[in-house]
Design a protein around this ligand. Structure first.
Ligand code: ADP
Ligand code: MG
Length: 482
């Protein structure tokens, strides 16, 4: 077994890792760190939640420990596709570099150019940025990239989805040819392979799990349903979602509900809220400050159901969730793997339930082909037909004061509609007990409040359109507000 102390990291980094409570490196860390420390280019392929951030930040901090920053010329550059992900890397960097004197700047939308310019002017060791914002700074003549010795591209497949590949290519060309590149992606689409071939020099490829494998600790199911009438599909789908949620009873402590379309993210969140569930939406059209608040609320256990689009959720470090619901079957099979990877982490059992209308069955079979296993079908719970009613007041008033065990008993005996709202409070307590470190980490997240250029070329590549993730065709009745 490889220990962190076997990895020739700077003692100050080792101390920070020990402070963070990590016992041993994750497989991607154990494999990537030695190559990175040798100055080799690394192509890391690993799913979300495998510890990729430390696999590049720890060697970076070690290597940057020698030498000093020069004005306007950052010595290293980390590119992340979204503001949240960039902020998350910055958070991690602060944790791992806390015993060093390395300086860092975060270039993301929503922070004033002036403040960011001041930091860059002084000189930073590490610059963490979204591609659009970095180029904005560069074009304003405030930044030189010729001093970059190490460049990291994180979540490359998401960069591709968001149309950032041309920006990445441009940034590569602005940095010295002799730089070291650490490149991470969960999957290797042909376009990603192409840029790694062009810009990485004889990279060491480290891969931790076969592409598109799903964790064995995730119990998967698909509920195929046929709407009674086509114009009732959306309403019946929402009923079915509630019935499935209720059917999970006390095993459901928190959940992410994925929708293919932004418009549905809002509708589903509104609908769950209306039915007494503690839900909040997250997608790219929401103001940055709202997104940050929602995420923090979800991590801290104040929000039980996060309704999300693929782009908004990808790569975010969300503590273990008990359940994933796919409100729609993802059209791109790989998104299924990413979505359900949000549960069943660190050996805990998770459940992933996919709602599948008869029209979506073809996408479900494509997913089964990709993950090379059948997804068991389940019947819609009986409650689906009645789930439209609001939960009785009784359930609500009983909720606040009830201790954990008492509420769990209520859940077991309560009618299905009542169980889920009643489960909200106790989850907060148990979640806090389970994930103290991560919750603390989330609280320190910087907040940003404006949306800027990060989204300016959404979904250009891969034949996708501007609607988050997918969206072939959106029938008018689906777009109507509730
Ligand atoms: P990825 O970028 O692959 O999605 P992250 O770097 O965000 O994964 O890490 C996921 C979670 O695992 C984070 O909460 C991080 O603090 C934790 N983590 C990372 N490395 C280790 C380790 N060696 N031991 C325990 N936890 C770790
Ligand atoms: Mg990551």
């Amino acid at each position: 077994m490889i220990k962190f102390t076997d990895l020739e990291l700077d003692p100050r980094v080792l101390k920070a890792v020990e402070d963070a409570g990590y016992e041993k490196p994750t497989p991607i860390q154990a494999q990537a760190i030695p190559f990175a420390l040798q100055g080799r280019d690394v192509l890391g392929i690993a799913q979300t939640g495998t510890g990729k951030t430390a696999s590049f930040t720890l060697p970076m901090i070690t290597m940057l420990g020698k030498g000093r920053a020069r004005a306007r010329m950052p010595r290293s550059l980390v590119l992340a596709p979204t503001r949240e992900l960039a902020a998350q890397v910055a958070e991690n960097f602060e944790i791992y570099a806390k015993h060093t004197k390395l300086t860092m700047a975060l270039l993301i939308g929503g922070v004033s150019f002036k403040d960011q310019d001041r930091l860059i002017d002084r000189g930073v060791d590490v610059l963490i940025a979204t591609p659009g914002r970095l180029l904005d700074h560069f074009e304003r003549g405030k930044l030189m990239l010729t001093g970059v010795q190490i460049m990291v591209v994180d979540e490359a497949d998401r960069m591709l989805d968001m149309g950032f590949i041309p920006d990445i290519e441009r940034i590569f060309k602005l940095t010295p040819f002799t730089r070291q590149t650490l490149f991470f992606s969960a999957t290797m689409a042909p376009e990603i392979t192409r840029i790694t071939q062009e810009f990485l020099h004889n990279p060491e490829r480290v891969e931790v799990a076969r592409q598109a494998t799903t964790s064995e600790t995730i119990i998967q199911a698909a509920c195929v349903f046929k709407p009674s009438r086509k114009d009732r599909t959306a309403k019946e789908k929402r009923e079915l979602l509630r019935a499935l949620i209720t059917g999970e009873g006390k095993t459901l402590t928190n959940a992410i509900v994925f929708c293919n379309r932004k418009v549905d993210v809002d509708i589903v969140a509104k609908s769950l809220k209306k039915h007494g569930l503690n839900a909040a939406p997250i997608h790219g059209d929401l103001d940055q400050s709202v997104r940050t608040r929602t995420l923090t609320g979800f991590r801290d256990g104040e929000i039980m159901f996060l309704i999300a689009s693929d782009v908004a959720a990808r790569g975010l470090d969300i503590p273990n969730v008990s359940h994933i619901f796919n409100y729609d079957v993802p059209i791109h099979s790989e998104d299924y793997v990413h979505r359900i990877g949000r549960t069943g982490r660190a050996g805990r059992e998770g459940r992933a339930i996919t709602l599948c209308s008869t029209a979506e069955e073809k996408y479900l079979s494509a997913i089964e082909d990709l993950v090379k296993q059948p997804i068991p079908r389940i019947d819609p719970p009986n409650a689906a037909r009645h789930a439209d009613k609001k939960p009785p007041r009784r359930a609500k008033t009983a909720e606040p004061a009830a201790p954990v065990t008492a509420v769990e008993t209520v859940e077991e005996t309560a009618a299905p509609e009542q169980a889920a709202p009643a489960a909200e409070k106790p989850r907060r307590q148990s979640e806090k007990l389970r994930e103290p470190a991560q919750n603390k980490q989330a609280a320190g997240k910087p907040s940003q409040d404006k949306r800027t250029r990060d989204k300016r070329k959404p979904q250009q590549k891969n034949g996708k359109n501007a609607v988050v993730g997918m969206g072939d065709h959106v029938p008018a009745f689906l777009q109507r507000s509730l």
